[in-house]
Design a protein around this ligand. Sequence first.
Ligand code: PHE
Length: 468
Amino acid sequence: MSGRNSTLTAGSSLDATATPSSGRLQWSTRLSFILAATGSAIGLGNIWKFPYITGENGGGAFVLVYLACILVIGIPLMMAEIMIGRRGQQSPPNAMASLAKEAGSTSLWKIVGWSGVIAGFLILSFYTVIAGWSVSYISVAADTTFVGKSPAEIGSMFEGMLSDPTRLLTWSTLVILITLFIVGKGVKSGLEKAVNILMPCLLVLIVIMVGYAMTTGHFMQGVSFLFNPDFSKLSSESMLIALGHAFFTLSLASGAIMTYGSYLPKSVSIAKTTIYIGIVDTVVALLAGLAIFPIVFANNLEPSAGPGLIFVTLPIAFGQMPLGTIVGTLFFIMLSIAALTSAISMIEPSVARLVEKFKISRFKACTLLGFGLWLLSVGSALSFNLWKEEKLFGKTFFDMVDHLTANLMMPLGGLAMAIFSAWIIHKKVTQEELGLGKGVMYNVWLFTMRFITPICIVIVFLNALKII
Ligand code: PHE
């Protein structure tokens, strides 16, 4: 219980005074959950990762597989994860164990919870490095540095940043410190409320960028790249990346959504909330794609430029458009905050677990985790410069952590969670919790989770391993 209490005092507006019978508090807690979960879901995954992996994996067909994965795997699984969190009322490993116990199954299911906690921690180690790029670009944009620069100059500006380990480490260390400070001190409620204003602002800025993309004369080329599927470009590896990204972007199988789910009051419909988050998250990613690819084509850049894609394309636009300096500065501020609200949700499960287990303060837990996190983040920061050529299986440290989490731990964790929630937990429990009723909608969920989700994950895996 101590873990749960400690997470509650972390500052979500779900506090000790919230009573199920109080309408107003219920509303505020529901909003608080939606904001926290949306803040977790929307982040670098939508704006940085989605466009660059789409570019690397050939566009349309990849996007289609990604959308299918969101629909048939991501959304039903998110419902399951929130449900497990809310019913379990503890950190992910214990929540899994307690639901398993309730269903008369083995407590070994807690391994799945552990895998999530560890995945969240590992992701954070490289996420802070990329968030550092975004923070560092706030001042670069504000200094009118992009104005009047050619695409090549903007490209080498980005390369210059990547090749400077001190600069990367300074910014990623700052991001780690801010994240741990917020989580350790438990001042999240202000941040969650800020999300309420900042997320719509970020959306407006992305729409402005889509507007700019329309003026490049290459908008339709961008649309066609994103939505015209060419299946000859879709490899089995690409399908696995699309699947992994569906997990990544919705913060699934990483402990984040399950932990946040444990704050959710009983009266809230898990189904409705999940659908809302799924739609908003997908719209943001697609808009980011629509903003970026026309700029790529208009400037003869490579869609497959890799992780630097948005840090080169968008600054080109900021350098050319009216009020570009203000739009660019605001954009990187919003992107950094979006990254921060995701980062917080990645470390929250580890903090909750440490506090629960060792009965230490949140601050102490954050300090301990901070050291490990920082060490791992050094590996990712150096992957772009000093350790660029140090590869294992053809992958840098950064690539390896990304691959291990998004393409292995998350899909496998998701597979286990689908089996757990649809085959192990009693139907009565899922019917009671999900808010889908007992009719058609519930049966669609159950059928999807029992058969479609696991079969799809297994097929994508076997295919990527070249077994089928
Ligand atoms: N969903 C976040 C994003 O899209 C990343 C994330 C992954 C957050 C896992 C929490 C847990 O940026």
